[in-house]
Ligand binder design. Structure first.
Ligand code: NAD
Length: 444
């Protein structure tokens, strides 16, 4: 694959001033929007589409009280952003994190619109979050936060309107509590299982899909495998990789890449530290260590290294699977990898992206690489809607089809427009949305 010239440091898009966007260049929403608007410009999309997609349809902010274990009540802040529903109901995860704020949730919602369109599932984009540190809460407190947040959102979500799922620090158990809360409040609660279709990523016992837990990590690897020839690799056997974040996405991607395809993980980093073993880190043993100790630090069969040493470790592929904006210009200049496969959402800032491009490092963008989770969420929703249950082989096969087709669509756009893979993925996604708007029109 040829390396493209880095885009020039961006000139502020006039749409930002028209819509009164903040001038802070580090604002995540402005950064996310900028990439989308650049793709719109290249495609010559109409101005009305640019302004519609540059702002979410609804931004919902709620405050809700929760009784803590010691008896006092604490007020929590939560968000749900519904970005666009031209292709279908809003869809996107809910995260629990102390740093959750509106601009981040807006960015993640916009990414969901692009992601769903790129993998051609009939959903729009949404995202939500609660500002809290679940590590500081007991299991009962997490349950009460989950249920109260769901109750606060009740009138804004629905199984055919807005369908949340897990994200950072939320999981199948939390989806179960939220789905149960929604079903208990629903007017049609004679049909509780249908009401529970409002959440995906549920436990299998209450309608969750087989394969959902590993789906995002699996999709990262399906995408990498499909793109290997275009990236100049012969096959996965013996490829080295490193990982940022060893949570749901990271640990599944690592285990599938290493155990099923013979790749070798040599370094990993998370909020507890960074570790290195040039001979290879046992991905299953590390998952057990993280489950027992809360992070990768202290893993016995590896050496502790600094963050800088982690980024400078030579690997074929680096998979960021933690939080947003981690790869800025400085980290991009440290990175010693041929390819970055974005398991996390928005892990690379525009200045980081420009530095990577200058250095000829290919980036498989998040809207492509991590679309496996929402794809299997869609499968869960279809199974719930049709009262069926697919076996794991069917889920994996259909997931692979969606990921492979999305990767091919991206390569076609890349070739046609002569752009980097991130812009190409946005173009492939926007093309589908633009066609939907062309036939739907804009009411009235
Ligand atoms: P998770 O909570 O399971 O894991 C998050 C990981 O990030 C943990 O390993 C944590 O240690 C690490 N981390 C947190 N702060 C860090 C820091 N400062 N430095 C290094 N590591 C840090 O979350 P997840 O579900 O695996 O999500 C990870 C990313 O993938 C997020 O960007 C999320 O939006 C995205 N994503 C998740 C899914 C999904 O299905 N879970 C789907 C698509 C995208």
């Amino acid at each position: 694959m040829t390396t493209l010239a880095a885009p020039s440091p961006s000139v502020r898009n006039p749409v930002f001033d028209e819509l009164g966007f903040p001038k802070d260049p580090d604002n995540l929403y402005t950064q996310t929007c900028e990439v989308m608007l650049d793709a719109c410009e290249m495609m010559g999309l109409p101005h009305r589409l640019k302004v519609i997609l540059a702002q979410p349809m609804s931004e919902i902010m709620v405050h809700f009280p929760v009784r803590m274990d010691d008896g006092h009540h604490r007020l929590f802040k939560g968000y749900r952003v519904q970005h666009n529903n031209a292709l279908g109901p809003f869809k996107g995860g809910i995260r629990f994190h102390p740093d959750v704020h509106l601009d981040d949730v807006k960015s993640l919602a916009l990414l969901m619109t692009m992601k769903c369109s790129l993998v051609r599932i009939p959903y729009g984009g949404g995202k939500g979050g609660v500002k809290c540190d679940p590590r500081q809460l007991s299991a009962d407190e997490v349950m009460r936060v989950s249920r109260r947040f769901c109750a606060s959102l009740f009138r804004y979500i629905g199984p055919d309107y807005d369908i949340p799922a897990p994200d950072v620090n939320t999981n199948a158990q939390i989806m179960a509590w939220m789905a149960d809360t929604y079903a208990s409040l629903a007017e049609n609660n004679k049909n509780t299982l249908d009401s529970m279709r409002v959440f995906t990523g549920k436990p299998v016992e209450i309608g969750g899909s087989l394969g959902r837990e590993k789906a995002t990590g699996q999709g990262v690897i399906d995408t990498i495998l499909e793109l290997l020839p275009a990236l100049g690799f012969k096959g996965p056997e013996g490829l080295t990789f490193s990982l940022i974040g060893y949570g749901n996405v990271g640990s599944w991607a690592a285990r599938i890449f290493a155990t099923k395809h013979g790749a070798k993980m040599t370094a990993a980093m998370d909020h507890t530290g960074s570790i290195l073993n040039e001979k290879g880190i046992d991905t299953e043993a590390l998952a057990e260590h993280v489950a027992a100790h809360g992070g990768v630090a202290g893993f016995p069969s590896a050496t502790a290294i600094s963050t800088e040493e982690f980024y400078k470790t030579k690997v074929d592929i680096l998979i960021p699977a933690a939080l947003e904006q981690m790869i800025k210009e400085r980290e991009a200049n440290w990175i010693n990898a041929k390819v970055i496969a974005e398991g996390a959402n928005a892990p690379t800032t525009p200045s980081g992206d420009r530095a990577l491009q200058k250095r000829g490092i290919e980036v498989i963008p998040a809207i492509l690489a991590n679309a496996g989770g929402v794809t299997v969420s869609y499968f869960e929703w279809v199974q719930n809607k049709t009262c069926t249950m697919w076996d794991i082989e069917e889920v994996d096969r259909k997931l692979n089809q969606h990921m492979v087709n999305a990767a091919r669509r991206t390569l076609v756009a890349r070739q046609r427009y002569g752009v980097d893979m991130r812009t190409a993925a946005y173009i492939a996604a926007l093309d589908h949305i633009a066609r939907a708007y062309a036939v739907r029109g804009i009411f009235p």
